[in-house]
Design a protein around this ligand. Structure first.
Ligand code: GRF
Length: 207
């Protein structure tokens, strides 16, 4: 399975995916790292691993259709089968969602469908979790559809919220499990163990 990773930030989830591949846990290759930011740390991670990079931003195009066309062209050039959003902060153009239906994954640093949607990224998520008083947070891997953070859930794992948590300590706890469940979810796709039934996703433990 060829994975195209989209990232806007430092790329620690991208690094976790690469680690799983290098350890032989995840039977896949990353054939492309796409970023909307020319200064994303994820680009450096790609370069030091010999992975092709591309910087594509809406600013380079007059409209969404031309951005989508360029993305699809690049995805084809790199023979990408599945797209993994790893801290990618832009909306995926509708034409790309359609072309890669059920083949785009995202990782979100909370238990969706709570604490998701537009504006819910980075520290905003953890601040909202702490302000709500919930006692559990966690991470969610889900399929990307036309709406922000709303597609079918693939894997979730929880972390406890405790009274001493700050947005920073909670983010660190959540990030640790993100690095575990994202490679797991991708492994299930790579091994064809993912079943979609009535809009829900189920992972089989064996083939
Ligand atoms: C992660 O918390 C992820 O859940 C969110 O953005 C952050 C990206 O971190 N979507 P990194 O760039 O993978 O380190």
């Amino acid at each position: 399975m060829n994975i195209g990773v989209f990232a806007s930030g430092r790329g620690s989830n991208f690094q976790a995916i690469l680690n799983a591949i290098q350890r032989g846990i995840l039977p896949a290759r990353v054939t492309l790292l796409l970023s909307n930011r020319f200064d994303a740390g994820a680009l450096e991670v790609a370069r030091s691993n010999g992975i092709p990079t591309i910087h594509i931003s809406q600013k380079q195009f007059s409209d969404e259709a031309s951005l989508a066309a360029r993305m699809l062209e690049v995805l084809k050039e790199h023979d990408v089968h599945l797209i993994a959003l790893a801290g990618y902060l832009k909306k995926i153009p509708t034409a790309v969602v359609r072309a890669y239906r059920n083949r785009i994954l995202n990782i979100h640093p909370a238990l969706l469908p709570s604490f998701g949607g537009p504006g819910m990224y980075g520290h905003h998520v953890h601040e909202a979790v702490l302000a709500s008083g919930v006692k559990l947070s966690g991470a969610t891997v889900h399929i990307v559809d036309e709406e922000y953070d709303r597609g079918p859930i693939v894997i979730q794992r929880t972390v406890p919220v405790d009274e001493h948590d700050t947005p920073e300590t909670l983010a660190a706890k959540v990030l640790k499990i993100e690095h575990e469940i994202y490679p797991q979810a991708l492994k299930a796709f790579a091994e064809n163990r993912v079943l979609m039934k009535e809009g829900s996703v189920w992972i089989h433990s064996h083939n």
